[in-house]
Design a protein. Structure first.
Length: 78
């Protein structure tokens, strides 16, 4: 293959190997923890464009309280 240097086949194999390992390796998230990305996605859906760093902890607390209330109410109805 012209223009790619001497080791064009080796580079192609390493890139393919990196792509495959990226999909199989996942980070473990502790139970009950809401990530910054999850908060950002929720805010984007609500129309927020920028989020300050300090709001993540407040949003986490609010979501945790809300979910506890929902679970408590659902258990009482059951």
């Amino acid at each position: 293959m012209a223009g790619r240097g001497k080791n064009s086949k080796v580079v192609g194999k390493t890139l393919a190997a990196k792509k495959n390992t990226k999909n199989t390796v996942s980070k473990s998230i502790p139970d009950g923890q809401i990530t910054n990305g999850a908060i950002r996605r929720l805010a984007r859906r609500g129309g927020v464009t920028r989020i300050s760093y300090g709001t993540n902890s407040h949003v986490r607390d609010y979501i945790d309280d809300f979910l506890n209330r929902v679970v408590r109410d659902s258990l009482s109805y059951c």
